[in-house]
Design a protein around this ligand. Structure first.
Ligand code: TXA
Ligand code: MG
Length: 351
């Protein structure tokens, strides 16, 4: 790859020719990174196996980890699936376009390269004008994992994408910071009870109230030591991890802040460069090289939006040791704690 083209796109309608150029690149088998409401995606033609192979190569991603196919209108789902259960229609009505991915049985037009060899396909219709316009211009079916190097936190700005993929892909569409900041909820509709494989902005309660039935959560999300493999292959990999060693400190509020303050001091004494993830309420209680607030503790949407950028900032600052306060795991907090635990390699100190 010679050079990655960088294009600012403030509005899909006024920047029609940029979107058309990006769509052409996709149709010719190239790769374009683009904003969605969750995180930036790295797009390629989902129905072309060569494009999918290029996506894996650019990210350095294991090829058994399937890609999500992004569509821009409901009718397009029929071509890539072989069976649409009634739950899929209900969930699409309630949450599409939006941060929900459904696992369905795939049709023959989807190459195994796109689905990591699985007979199922992940489908999502994002709620972002630039994403929807690009999918349409690119032929309707865009495979897009998060646009990060495999293992790093997902990108929430075009700058993050550039850090990881400059020179490896054809184009980056810069649509500013994303709104949600954590990847979509994944729900498996291919066997019996609908099951959440990855928590996200759309919560279990929201899915249950749309379906009026029970929705399960993949056991491996609740119990990392259960010895089972997660059903979403990507969930088994170490992920979102900063290069510094991250420990989550959980327990009674005052004990948590005291413990982090003490450990941060001890590590600094020992010559480590220390980072702390805290909230607006506790920021003043710490002394460390890099103190990052996720926002107000009760503002869970702000925590979700800021988390990945903070993890990346620690890498920029070459922080070697990081402590994070634990957050609530209710509602979207479940997705926040899922990502934070993965970033910490499940290293939690209970105080
Ligand atoms: O919000 C999002 O979903 C973002 C934006 C760009 O749309 N995309 C994203 O893609 O997070 P990625 O590739 O980073 O994560 C996709 C996850 C992986 O854990 C993968 O294993 C799982 O979805 N997945 C994809 N297809 C699957 C399938 N057929 N069965 C089970 N899990 C699947
Ligand atoms: Mg990802």
């Amino acid at each position: 790859m010679e050079k990655t083209k960088f294009a600012a796109v403030s509005d899909a309608a006024t920047e029609k020719c940029v979107i058309e150029e990006a769509g052409r690149i996709l149709k010719e088998g190239g790769l374009v990174a683009f904003p969605t409401e969750t995180v930036y995606g790295l797009g390629g033609d989902a129905l072309c196996k060569e494009s999918s192979k290029k996506i894996y190569a650019a990210k350095g991603r294991p090829s058994d980890n399937p890609l999500i196919v992004h569509i821009c209108k409901w009718e397009d789902i029929y071509k890539i699936t072989s069976e649409i259960p009634p739950e899929a229609e209900k969930l699409a009505k309630a949450f599409w376009p939006g941060p929900l991915t459904m696992i369905l049985k795939k049709s023959d037009v989807v190459p195994p390269e796109t689905t990591g060899g699985l007979m199922t396909v992940a489908v999502r219709m994002p709620e972002h004008k630039i994403a929807l316009a690009l999918i349409e211009a690119g032929g309707g079916y865009v495979a897009a994992p998060s646009a990060n190097t495999s293992g790093r936190p997902s990108p929430t700005t075009a700058e993050h994408v550039k850090e990881d993929l400059d020179g490896k892909i054809d184009m980056i569409l810069d649509g500013g910071s994303v709104g949600i900041g954590l990847e979509s909820t994944i729900v498996d509709l291919t066997e019996g009870v609908p099951t959440i494989l990855r928590p996200g902005y759309i919560t279990q309660e929201m899915l249950e109230s749309a379906l009026k039935t029970d929705v399960k959560i993949d056991r491996t999300l609740l119990d990392a030591d259960c010895g089972q493999a997660p059903k979403a292959p990507g969930m088994k990999y170490r992920h979102y991890a900063p290069s510094g060693a991250l420990t989550i400190v959980s327990g009674e509020h005052k004990k948590v802040t005291e413990t982090i303050a003490r450990l941060a001091g001890e590590k600094a004494q020992a010559g480590e460069k220390v980072g702390v993830i805290c909230t607006d309420e506790t920021k003043a209680l710490y002394q460390a090289d890099c103190i990052e607030s996720v926002g107000a503790r009760k503002d869970e949407e702000a925590i979700a939006r800021h988390l990945y950028a903070i993890l990346r900032r620690f890498d920029d600052e070459h922080v070697t040791c990081i402590y994070s306060e634990a957050f609530s795991d209710k509602g979207i907090g479940q997705a926040i704690m899922n990502r934070l635990l993965k970033a910490a390699g499940h290293h939690v100190l209970y105080v």
